[in-house]
Design a protein around this ligand. Sequence first.
Ligand SMILES: [Zn+2]
Length: 434
Amino acid sequence: MILDQNYETLPREELEQLQVERLQSTLYRVYRYVSFYKQSFDFNAVNIEKIKSIQDLAQLPFTTKEDLRKSYPYDMFAVPLRDILRIHSTSGTTGKPIIVGYTKNDLRHWTDCTARLLAAAGVTDHDVVQIAFPFNLFTGGFGFHQGAEQIGASVIPSSTSTAEKQIMIMRDFKTTVLICAPSYAVNIASTLEELQIHAESLNLRVGLFGAEPWSENLRAQLEAGLHIAALDNYGLTEVIGPGVAGECEHKQGMHVNEDHFIVEVIDPKTLDPLPLAQEGELVFTTITKEGFPLVRYRTGDISSLIEEPCACGRTLRRMHRVTGRTDDLIFIKGQKVFPSQIEEILLEVEGTAPHYRIILDRQEGNDTMEVQVEILESFPAFDELKNLERLRDTITRKIEVVLGVEAKVTLVEPRSLLRDSGAKARRVVDNRTL
Ligand SMILES: [Zn+2]
C-alpha cells in the first residue's frame, strides 16, 4: 500500500522542484546556525545563493564521519537544545559515537518515513508487529516503533533478548510482522529449527530486515526458514535512522524517501558524482531535518540507484541493496574482498550457518586471512572428523575460486560467534598494523 499518495507518487519534475526548494532552505539554515557549515562553505568559496538545481549540489563540500565525530556531542545541531526532543547516537564501535538530535518536526517526519516502509511491506492495523531491535540509543527500535504505531498496528517492543524468548513472544502473542537485523533473524530461524517448531505453525507473514547488509541468498533462506516475505530496508543514524529507504512488495530495490533526502552516488576515490546506475558510495543530503541537518554526507556504503520506474507506482527512486562499505572493503594481498562475498559462499555450503568472522593478520610481511565459520547444530555427524575436514576443504576451495585468495578456514561451535547481540555483528577483525 502507498501510504502517502501525494508525496510518494509525485511526478519527477515536481519532486525535483520540491527538493531544490527544501535544499535551499536547508543550506541557509546550516550556514547560519552550524559553525562547521559556515566555515566549510566559506573555505570552499561556496555561494549558496547559486545553488539552484540538483546538479548544483556537486558544488557543495562533503560532510564526513570524521567531521561529525569532531563535533561531539552537540556542535552539529542547528537548533538550541531546548528544541531537541530526542537524542540518539551511533554505537561508536569504530570511534567516538555520533550524537544526533530530533526536533518535534523531525520526529514527525521520521515516523512518517518508517510508516511508509511498513505500509509498502503490506503492514496494516490488523498486524501484530514484533520489534527485535535494541530500544536504546540505537535508532532501530524507536524508529520502527513510532512508524508501526502510526500505522495502527499492535506493537511489541520485544527488543533484544534470547532467540527462545523472541519465539515464545512470537508464538503466544501471535506476531505477524518481525522487524530486526537479518543476522538476528537467522538466529531466530535456526533456533526454531532446533526447537522443532515449524514456522508455518506461527502467524508470521512479513519480515523487515535492515541495519546491516545482507544478500539475496539470505533472503531466500529467511523466507523459507521463517515462512515470510522478507523485505530489505536502509537507514543510518546520522541521516535519520531507519526510514531512509525501503522495499515495496516487488522486492526490486529500496525506494528512497526523496522528499526528505537527496541521494547521490559518487566515486569514493575521485569524489566525482557518478551516473545513477553506476556503483559507488552513497551520499545523502537531508532536506527537511531541523535538529541535525546534513549536507552531502558520505555514508561509506556502496550501492547504486535504479532510474526505471517501479511497477508499484511510486516515483521515488530506488537504490540497490548495499553490497559493502568503503571501509569494510578488505585489501588482502592486493585483492579486494567484501565480507558479504564470504557470506554468499557460506550460504551455498550445506552444514554452515551464515555466521562468520574474518581475522586478518600479517606474518613475516605477508597478509593472512582466517575465516571462522559456525557449523550448524544439525550438521550430520558433528563428531566425525572426516565430515568436518571435508566441510573445511570445501569452504577453503570455494573462497579460493571465488575470491582468488587463500584463507585458513576454522570451523567453530554452533552459535559461538553470534550470541543474541541483536545489533550489528562484527564481521572483520583486522590485526594488521598498517
Ligand atoms: Zn516499488
